[in-house]
Design a protein around this ligand. Structure first.
Ligand SMILES: NC(=O)c1ccc[n+]([C@@H]2O[C@H](COP(=O)([O-])OP(=O)(O)OC[C@H]3O[C@@H](n4cnc5c(N)ncnc54)[C@H](OP(=O)(O)O)[C@@H]3O)[C@@H](O)[C@H]2O)c1
Length: 270
């Protein structure tokens, strides 16, 4: 029997590539997105259901998941990919900006997981792949709130293993470095005035992040690793992707907190 994956944020970036990868490997795909009416490519594929799911809208989550199960009978793999970056000095970011970041990147993951789990529990089988980031492993300049969301996803996923593994459900974390997707153009950034006391280094950070992601690595690598994580049958929790992320983590392991901070400040021209 064909297996079924549900992916959030499949309109572009990693999500769309992940949808195409699973489809190519012979899976049924529930490709969810905020504006399915704009999608023209995935809608042309057999065994792909494109439907509306906004991770901040619980009704849309329930409806999308139910439609997917009605069409394909079950959900074997959930990929919680949807997310975006809030970047800027914390004190320049409004409470609304911070709430939106938390709602999408953290509560979005928790709420979609809550909606899908009853179907996996029934089958005593399933894999949940959650999107973290190198920013879920190390704090980065002017990225504190995004860091907080990805650290939250890390903790949630690692902790949940103890509840779900005994009933046959595996948890996975994908941790990409900088990859060339729509991430930079989707980013939320506050206006930072010239007299803001937190402005120091902000322009340098923007330049560094934009060039890292703009010149970033091929996102297909992340789609391929996501498929591997979902299908390797291993208990492995973390899948770090990208030469940059691997290099940063190697440095992190060898340095103490102060050394590592100095190294990053130099890398970011701060
Ligand atoms: N690119 C990188 O370098 C990088 C590195 C590490 C981790 N990540 C993580 O990878 C994931 C995917 O990002 P990406 O790089 O592929 O960026 P992207 O090209 O901007 O794609 C983000 C996707 O998330 C969707 N999304 C945003 N808010 C949503 C909401 N409320 N409900 C449902 N979907 C929503 C977007 O939908 P719309 O089209 O409707 O906006 C889009 O499909 C994110 O979790 C991100 O944090 C990215």
């Amino acid at each position: 029997m064909r297996r079924t994956v549900l992916i959030t944020g499949a309109s572009q970036g990693f999500g769309k590539l992940i949808a195409k990868k699973f489809h190519k490997e012979g899976w049924n795909v529930i490709a969810t997105m905020r504006t399915p009416e704009k999608e023209t490519e995935l809608t042309e594929l057999d065994n792909v259901l494109v439907n509306r799911l906004d991770v901040t809208d619980k009704d849309s989550i329930t409806k999308s998941v139910a439609e997917g199960v009605e069409r394909f009978g079950k959900i074997d793999v959930l990929v919680n990919n949807a997310g975006f970056g809030l970047q800027g000095p914390y004190m320049s970011s409004s409470e609304e900006m911070v709430s939106k970041q938390m709602n999408v990147n953290v509560f979005g993951v928790l709420n979609v997981t809550r909606a899908v789990l009853p179907y996996m529990e029934k089958n005593k089988d399933g894999v949940i792949v959650n999107f973290s980031s190198i920013a879920g492993l190390v704090g980065l300049p002017h990225t504190a709130v995004y860091n907080a969301t990805k650290y939250a996803v890390e903790g949630f996923t690692e902790g949940l293993q103890y509840e779900l593994n005994p009933i046959g459900i595996k948890l996975k974390l994908v941790q990409p470095g900088a990859f060339n997707t729509g991430f930079v153009s989707s980013m939320d950034r506050p206006d930072v005035s010239d007299n803001c006391i937190y402005k120091a280094g902000w322009d340098a950070t923007v330049a560094q992040i934009d060039s890292m992601i703009g010149e970033g690595q091929d996102p297909q690598e992340v789609a391929d690793i996501t498929f591997l994580a979902a299908t390797d049958g291993e208990e492995t929790l973390r899948y770090i992707v990208g030469g940059d992320a691997i290099q940063i983590m190697e440095a992190r392991k060898q340095m103490n907190d102060v050394e590592f901070k100095s190294m990053l400040m130099e890398a970011f021209n701060l």
